[in-house]
Design a protein around this ligand. Structure first.
Ligand code: GLN
Length: 292
């Protein structure tokens, strides 16, 4: 039995705990405070503004225990999205689990660029390879309701999460298929293929030393130069982008320092209209090319 503790004191303790941890040695206290509030509103099932309005409200025992366990996990580096089981993407709250990569804001660039190619009201067939939470497929399916989206992933656990996300958001124009890259596609063709594949070098120390160590390695690492999966996708996509007078686009997310290499790869494979686009931080993030 612990003494009841108020919201305001709980938040002070939690913020101090997060700022002080080794993992977050340089943690900005404003960010630590925001995270402490996000987790407390999750535990107390209320909004953050409720926390500010009722700072003297007491936590019950169960809430206090659950909260301190979550703060310890956060202090040990576990990403916030895994603690709350949720992350926002394209204004949709998506379920995330340890089986899925956590959707990143920069991946919205991939969606924006794809939408520029896909005419409104078209009945294009779209493919999202390695869908994870389903983030890209869901955003495209929602923005282009007359299109048919196929989303693949070799992880059936990830596909189960993606299916739940589609159901939660009432999105029905997506077909989920299990398998490695194009394996579930046979000889089907598509108007546009999009992917945020693994692209981190398997030797990158971030894989073991930063928060991304909590995410599935199979969704992050791809050979020594990080380009194994991008190479495989770019080569194989050509067989699936044929026979279309319009479309024929391949869009791939990649690492900030891979823009030149991936653009050159697409040109060598025979793609036309190859271009690089930058994310909001001004870093090369997406390569596009058209198979004609
Ligand atoms: N953007 C992620 C990171 O660098 C990597 C995601 C990926 O490999 N697709 O943390």
């Amino acid at each position: 039995m612990t003494l009841p503790i108020s919201i305001i004191r709980t938040l002070q303790h939690a913020t101090n705990r997060l700022v002080a941890t080794q993992e977050r040695a340089n943690a900005d206290s404003a960010i630590a405070r925001l995270e402490a509030e996000t987790l407390l509103s999750f535990v107390m099932r209320c909004t953050r503004s409720h926390l500010h309005t009722w700072p003297e409200r007491l936590l019950d025992d169960a809430q206090a225990h659950w909260y301190s366990a979550l703060i310890e996990r956060r202090a040990a580096g576990e990403p916030l999205a895994y603690l709350t089981g949720q992350r926002e993407f394209w204004s949709m709250a998506l379920e995330v689990t340890r089986d899925t990569l956590i959707p990143r804001p920069e991946t919205e660039l991939l969606v924006e660029l794809a939408l520029q190619h896909i005419p409104t009201d078209s009945a294009w067939r779209l493919l999202d390879l390695g869908t994870g939470t389903g983030a890209i497929a869901l955003a495209l399916a929602r923005e282009r309701p007359s299109c048919h989206v196929i989303a693949t992933d070799r992880s059936t656990a990830a596909l189960a999460v993606a299916r739940r996300n589609a159901a939660t958001h009432g999105i029905t124009n997506i077909e989920f298929r299990a398998g490695d890259w194009f394996a579930p596609l046979q000889d089907e063709t598509l108007h546009i293929i999009i992917s945020n594949p693994p692209y981190v070098s398997a030797l990158d120390p971030r894989l073991t030393q930063t928060e991304i160590r909590f995410e599935p390695l199979s969704a992050l690492a791809s050979g020594t130069d990080g380009l194994d999966d991008i190479r495989a996708i770019a080569a194989a996509a050509r067989q699936h982008l044929t026979e279309h007078a319009e479309g024929g686009w391949l869009l791939l997310e990649h690492g900030y320092d891979q823009g030149c290499a991936v653009a050159q790869m697409l040109r060598e494979l025979g793609y036309a209209y190859v271009r690089n686009d930058q994310d909001m931080a001004g870093l090369d993030r997406v390569v596009s090319g058209r198979w004609t």
